[in-house]
Ligand binder design. Structure first.
Ligand code: TRP
Length: 359
């Protein structure tokens, strides 16, 4: 068998994409895509978005092309990466039906990502069944394409573990090797694994209002950087500053190279030197923010400009999605066929069945 180089990952279209998405997964996708060694699939997870937005489909409709634009803006290339829409793939509604028989309620209740999401949404016992079971649906997303690699941030690790368990149960119970156990591809830089919000809180998240969006204009970006959370005890420039929990330094860790620091502040050779000065006292927050703003502007400008360019032709965006979706249907239907055969429900084409029961 040829080596499996299939990548699959996706995003919920509940808003346009932000820096957390970018450092957690998008930049890895683009990097892997450009090696030319993989077959990448990138999915707009509208079904998953519906699991907690059933009453607000307009929010999802609004963001289908927004997310597509973000993908193209960061450098996903439809000639190399299949970009598609989840709800249009028959396998992604059918496979979860089979997989849900292999997962217990108590297993779902133990999923730490689900646990924290339930808390964040105040669902308590009124949690929609579809939301509770979205890890099963996500296992279908991955396995329908028999993907080996899933570039994600570390918050998605419990989803991958669940998917691997389903794969191993399925292959064992139905005595086959059809499904593939996926692996996560995490960001190399640990500050990127779960990028903090501009307010310093644990995760950049739309519902917390602490995001930097890929499409933010220059002014908005600058405003967000200048009002970022730093160190509440660093009141006078001469006070010693703390790096721990300091969002500006977390972002510098995530985005700044020593060369950039040195070009902006010739008095420091490295980011390390700059941190040392900050910790000792004598380096003001404003100066740090100016550096960060300059680095982030340089990073996001080309993305924003490409986004604006693509936004001019919505017909072309639709074509990209339609073509990608058609290809994804084809690939995943192959898996569906194998899965039905493995379970033994392909009655009309299964010779053994016909021989045994329909003679
Ligand atoms: N749960 C992911 C998120 O919230 C989105 C997603 C849906 C996904 N299906 C996927 C990610 C399959 C990786 C693989 O960001």
């Amino acid at each position: 068998m040829a080596e499996n180089n299939i990548i699959l990952t996706g995003d919920r279209p509940t808003g346009s994409l932000h820096l957390g998405h970018f450092v957690g997964s998008l930049s890895n996708r683009v990097r892997l895509q450009n090696t030319g060694k993989y077959e990448p699939f990138v999915m707009i997870a509208d079904l998953q978005a519906l699991t907690d937005n059933a009453e607000n489909p307009e929010k999802i409709r609004q963001n289908i092309l927004e997310v597509t634009l973000d993908y193209l803006a960061v450098g996903l290339d439809p000639a190399k990466t299949t970009i598609f829409v989840q709800s249009h793939i028959p396998a992604l509604t059918e496979l979860p039906m089979y997989y849900s028989n292999l997962v217990t309620m108590s297993r779902l209740e133990r999923n730490p990502t689900i646990k924290s999401e339930i808390k964040m949404r105040n669902f308590e016992r009124s949690i929609p069944v579809g939301f509770m079971t979205y890890p099963i649906s996500q296992a279908a997303d991955i396995t329908a394409f028999r993907a080996k690699y899933v570039p994600v941030g570390e918050d998605q690790l419990p989803m991958l573990e669940q998917a691997r368990e389903i794969v191993s149960s399925f292959n064992r119970i139905y005595n086959c090797e059809i499904l593939v156990e996926p692996e996560a591809i995490l960001p190399e830089n640990s500050s990127c694994n779960r990028l903090v919000g501009t307010d310093g809180s644990s995760k950049m998240s739309k519902s917390l209002g602490n995001c930097v969006y890929l499409k933010d204009d220059e002014k908005t970006l600058k405003q967000k950087v200048m009002s970022m959370y730093t160190d509440p005890e660093h009141i006078n420039v001469s006070d010693p500053g703390h790096l721990e929990g300091n969002a500006v330094f977390t972002y510098l860790d995530a985005f700044a190279t020593d060369e950039q620091v040195n070009a902006f502040f010739p008095e420091y050779q490295t980011l390390g030197d700059m941190k040392e000065h900050y910790t000792k006292g004598g380096l003001g927050d404003m100066k740090c923010k100016k550096l960060l703003n300059s680095i982030m502007q340089d990073m996001l400008r080309p993305i924003r400009e490409r986004r604006e360019e693509y936004a001019k032709d919505k017909g072309e965006l639709l074509n990209i999605l339609r073509k990608g979706t058609d290809h994804a249907i084809e690939v995943s239907n192959e898996t569906l066929k194998l899965v039905r055969n493995a379970i033994g429900i392909d009655y009309f084409s299964d010779k053994e069945f016909l021989e045994k029961y329909a003679k």
